[in-house]
Ligand binder design. Structure first.
Ligand SMILES: Nc1ncnc2c1ncn2[C@@H]1O[C@H](COP(=O)(O)OP(=O)(O)OP(=O)(O)O)[C@@H](O)[C@H]1O
Ligand SMILES: [Mg+2]
Length: 341
């Protein structure tokens, strides 16, 4: 079911981005349907020196920032809390402490304003970013999520639920990019850093393995890729690594792009789908967008990939998923809990 004519304040704090957004769906008044009126993301910089996200640091930083981020989201949208009809919040999966900061704030706001609360699954949120990108998009379609913590393929049918077709058996695609970038001495997050280094590289000089390509598999595996990079680096001395860096980055990135693209296109073909949605932080990757764009153009498949800022973590996607998620009234929402997985 789609809730019509509503204005939602959405909160997302599942990892290291403190996010709030206002999403409206005014389809009932004929003014254009679902859209983000604001989408504020504060990326925590506290983690950079650790080379990865530190859960306790993330919780504290959310606590310090969230009020200001919510105020900014309301003000950028040109609304006040009086205009808000429900509060949406990510409740799973993510870092438990980080999720609890967002959920507690959402409960407090809902209680203070007498509003219902909408608990949203972060992965359904990533897919729902596509509803803001293409206002005409409706299921059924195939959805691929490639992010820092997840890599999976789903068929999405009329109920807007995600039905699993395949997933990674080890690392997520974003995790593989982050770890590869770290091995190459590049920055964090690794996806964009690797892309930058790869821009002037030759992806054909070093070939990296693409796993699980047997005919019937829709699963992914990225651990062999990582090991392969490790062995390559052991064969080279420091000067050689420096010289080969763009080529190593390009070859490594190309292997991730190919692994994702082939499985996504295979799922579309196998399910006889006419639409493919790709979401999650790795969907911001330019070579992946190009590769899928060309293949889908050739096969006549409708491809929807949210803009890069809607691919990485944000609250507009949570608001978009909330348009299709049942509201929980007071006092039931007081019992809602966050779940790490
Ligand atoms: N331009 C890009 N190219 C490739 N990878 C990218 C790009 N931008 C971001 N990423 C990768 O996306 C990941 C972050 O995505 P996202 O914010 O969706 O993940 P997450 O929220 O940490 O994980 P999850 O959504 O699974 O809980 C990181 O691994 C990052 O390296
Ligand atoms: Mg995410």
């Amino acid at each position: 079911m789609r809730y019509k004519s509503t204005v939602i304040l959405a909160i997302e704090t599942s990892c290291d981005d403190t996010c709030a957004a206002v999403v409206a769906d005014s389809v009932a008044d004929g003014s254009g349907g679902r859209r983000a009126l604001s989408n504020v993301v504060h990326t925590q910089t506290e983690h950079a020196r650790y080379g990865g996200v530190v859960p306790e640091v993330a919780s504290r930083a959310h606590l310090e920032r969230l009020d200001g981020v919510v105020e900014a989201a309301l003000s950028e949208a040109g609304v006040t809390l009086d205009d808000i009809e429900s509060i949406a919040v990510t409740v799973r999966p993510g870092l438990i402490g980080a999720l609890l900061v967002g959920l507690s704030a959402a409960k407090g706001l809902a209680y203070a304003r007498g509003l219902p609360l909408i608990p949203v699954d972060h992965l359904e949120g990533h897919v729902a970013a596509a509803y803001l990108t293409d206002p005409d998009l409706e299921p059924p379609f195939i959805a691929g999520i490639a992010s820092g913590g997840h890599t999976a393929l789903y068929s999405v049918d009329g109920d807007h639920g995600l039905h699993l077709l395949g997933k990674t058996l080890d690392d997520a695609a974003g995790e593989a990019l982050d770890k590869g970038a770290r091995m190459l001495g590049l920055g964090f997050p690794g996806g964009p850093a690797l892309s930058k280094a790869a821009a002037s590289g030759d992806p054909g000089r070093y070939e990296f393995p693409i796993a699980l390509m047997q005919k019937d598999s829709l699963d992914f595996s990225f651990s062999g890729l990582k090991t392969s990079l490790l062995y390559r680096l052991k064969e080279l001395d420091e000067v050689q690594v420096r010289e080969a860096l763009p080529d190593l980055a390009a070859g490594y990135e190309a292997a991730v792009v190919e692994a994702l693209s082939r499985k996504l296109l295979r799922a579309v073909e196998r399910e006889g789908a006419s639409t493919l949605v790709v979401a999650g932080g790795v969907a911001a990757n330019a070579p992946l967008r190009r590769r899928l764009g060309e293949a889908c153009h050739a096969s006549g498949t409708r491809l929807v990939i949210p803009s890069p800022d809607l691919c990485t973590d944000n609250a507009a996607m949570i608001g978009a998923a909330a348009l299709y998620t049942p509201r929980v009234p007071y006092p039931e929402y007081l019992d809602l809990n966050a779940r790490s997985i």
